[in-house]
Design a protein around this ligand. Structure first.
Ligand SMILES: Cc1ncc(COP(=O)(O)O)c(C=O)c1O
Length: 445
C-alpha cells in the first residue's frame, strides 16, 4: 500500500472517530510492523497526515491526532488548520499595517522606475540598497559597512546560504540545545551534523562550546543572542564578549540570527560587533513587517564576503527585484522603524497579558516579546500538554520541536502574535485551566 493510501485510511479513522482528538498514534515502528510495511513508508504516511493538518507532533517523539473542533469564529486561526487558534506561529501583523504599506508602495510605484525593478536582483543589491540597509541595521556603536550587505529572499534563505558557505557535508555545526527548528532542518538537509551546545540563563555557554569544539571540531555555530527562539533569553554583553573571544581564538565562524532583536530596544550590541571578521549577521523583515513582504539581509565579514555571496548565487536565493525595491522603500521611508515601535508596544501589552493570565505557572516571559516559554510540572509532558490544548482548539509548540540535544525540557512555547487581544485573553484562560487541571481531566468543550 502506498503511503497516501495509509494516510487516507488514518484520515478516515479520524473522521469516523475511531482515532480520537488528542490520541497518540502508535510509534511508527510498531505501525509498520503491524502492517508489514517499511518504517520509511510509515514515516511518510505520518508526515502526510501532519501535512493535511490532521495530526501533529515530532517524528520519533510521538504523533497526536489534532482536534476536530467545529470551525470557530475566533479570528487568529492557523491558516493551514483553520479549526485551531494560533498560539503556534510568531507572525505579528498589526491591523493598520496594510494601509501603511499600501501608502508607501503607491509612492514607490509613482516615482521609482519600474524598469529597474524588473531587472534581476543580485545578492549584493545595488549601492543605494546596501547603503539604506547598512544604515537601518546600525545598533549602538555597531555600524555595518554598505559593502558588507547582501540579500536573500528570506531570513531562512540567508541562514541556509550562510550554513552552506561555511561548512561542507559531514561538518559539524554547534546549535543552542534549543534552537529555531528550520535552522536545524536546513543544516541536516545540507548534510551537516548539528551538535547541541548547552545553554544557561545567559544563552549559549562558552564552556560547553569549548568542550564541544574540543571533541567534535566544529565548522561553525548558529546562535540567537537576542530574544532567543524559543526561550526568549537575551545574552548579556559580557557573554557576547566571551563568545567573540572564543571565535577569535579558534577561528570558528558564527551565524548570528538577529531576527527577533527588533523587539529588544535595550539589547547589547550584536555579537557581530565584537567579532566583525568571524560573525555573519542575519536579519529579515518577516517579523518586523510581514512574512509575505520580506527579504533576508546579511552583514558579511570581509574575509567571508565572496564565499557567502557565491553561496547565495549558487543556491539561487537572491530576492526578486520588486521585493528588494519595495523593502528598501519601506525602510528608507521610515515605515519599518514606525512598525517596529508599534510592534514593541503591541508585544509588551501581549506579554503583560500572558504574565498576568498565567501567573500561577512557571512562565519565562520577556518584557516585550511575541512568545513566552512555559515550563511544565509533572505529570504533564510537553506533548501531552500540547495535545490537551489542541483538544480545546488551541495550537502551540512542544519543546522537542526545538530540541537539538538528547533530552528535551518539559516546556512549551506559546506564541502571542496572532489573535486579537480579547481572543488571546480567552485562549490563555483555557491554557491556564488545562495546566491546572492536569492530564487526566476531561475536556469540557
Ligand atoms: C529565529 C528565526 N530565524 C529566522 C526565521 C525566519 O525568517 P524568514 O521568515 O525571513 O525566513 C524565523 C521565523 O520564524 C525565526 O524564528
Amino acid at each position: 500500500m502506498d503511503y497516501r493510501q495509509l494516510a487516507d485510511q488514518m484520515a478516515r479513522d479520524i473522521e469516523t472517530g475511531r482515532l480520537k482528538p488528542g490520541q497518540q498514534l502508535p510509534p511508527q515502528r510498531r505501525y509498520a510492523w503491524d502492517r508489514g510495511i517499511a518504517v520509511s513508508t510509515a514515516s511518510r504516511a505520518y508526515a502526510e497526515l501532519v501535512r493535511r493538518g490532521l495530526a501533529m507532533g515530532e517524528v520519533g517523539r510521538g504523533t497526536f491526532v489534532r482536534a476536530k473542533v467545529p470551525p470557530t469564529s475566533w479570528p487568529g486561526v492557523l491558516a493551514d488548520s483553520p479549526t485551531l487558534l494560533d498560539l503556534e506561529r510568531v507572525w505579528p501583523i498589526l491591523p493598520n499595517q496594510s494601509r501603511m504599506i499600501a501608502d508607501c508602495l503607491r509612492a514607490l510605484l509613482r516615482d521609482a522606475s519600474l524598469d529597474a525593478m524588473q531587472t534581476l536582483a543580485i545578492p549584493e543589491g545595488d549601492s543605494q540598497q546596501r547603503a539604506v540597509v547598512a544604515r537601518f541595521l546600525r545598533r549602538n556603536s555597531w555600524q555595518p559597512q554598505p559593502d558588507a550587505i547582501a540579500f536573500a529572499g528570506s531570513g531562512r534563505q540567508a541562514i541556509g546560504a550562510a550554513l552552506a558557505a561555511i561548512a561542507k557535508p559531514g561538518d559539524r555545526i554547534g546549535f543552542e540545545a534549543l534552537t529555531y527548528p528550520m535552522a536545524k532542518a536546513m543544516a541536516l538537509q545540507l548534510g551537516l551534523v548539528p551538535v547541541p551546545i548547552e545553554m544557561d540563563a545567559h544563552g549559549m555557554s562558552v564552556a560547553a562550546l569549548e568542550a564541544a569544539h574540543a571533541s567534535h571540531k566544529l565548522a561553525g555555530i548558529y546562535v540567537q543572542p537576542t530574544m532567543h527562539n524559543p526561550t526568549t533569553r537575551t545574552m548579556p554583553a559580557d557573554r557576547r564578549i566571551e563568545l567573540a573571544r572564543f571565535l577569535e581564538a579558534t577561528g570558528l565562524i558564527a551565524i548570528e540570527d538577529g531576527i527577533y532583536s527588533y523587539l529588544e530596544a535595550q539589547a547589547p550590541p550584536p555579537l557581530a560587533s565584537f567579532s566583525p571578521n568571524r560573525v555573519i549577521f542575519v536579519e529579515s523583515l518577516s517579523k518586523r513587517v510581514a512574512p509575505g513582504m520580506s527579504v533576508g539581509m546579511l552583514v558579511l565579514p570581509p574575509p567571508l564576503h565572496d564565499q557567502v555571496v557565491l553561496s547565495l548565487r549558487a543556491r539561487a536565493v537572491a530576492p526578486n527585484g520588486l521585493a528588494l525595491a519595495a523593502v528598501c522603500r519601506l525602510i528608507s521611508d521610515g515605515l519599518v522603524d514606525e512598525l517596529t515601535l508599534q510592534k514593541r508596544a503591541d508585544a509588551t501589552q501581549r506579554v503583560r497579558l500572558a504574565a498576568e493570565m498565567l501567573a500561577p505557572l512557571k512562565l519565562i516571559a520577556p518584557v516585550c516579546g511575541y512568545h513566552v516559554w512555559l515550563e511544565l510540572d509533572e505529570p504533564w509532558r510537553a506533548e501531552t500538554f500540547v495535545a490537551a490544548c489542541v483538544k480545546r482548539g488551541i495550537a502551540m509548540t512542544a519543546a522537542p520541536v526545538f530540541n537539538t540535544g538528547r533530552s528535551s525540557p518539559n516546556a512549551v512555547r506559546i506564541a502571542l502574535a496572532s489573535p486579537p487581544l480579547a481572543t488571546l485573553r480567552a485562549a490563555l484562560a483555557v491554557v491556564l485551566q488545562v495546566a491546572l487541571s492536569g492530564p487526566d481531566a476531561p475536556a469540557t468543550e
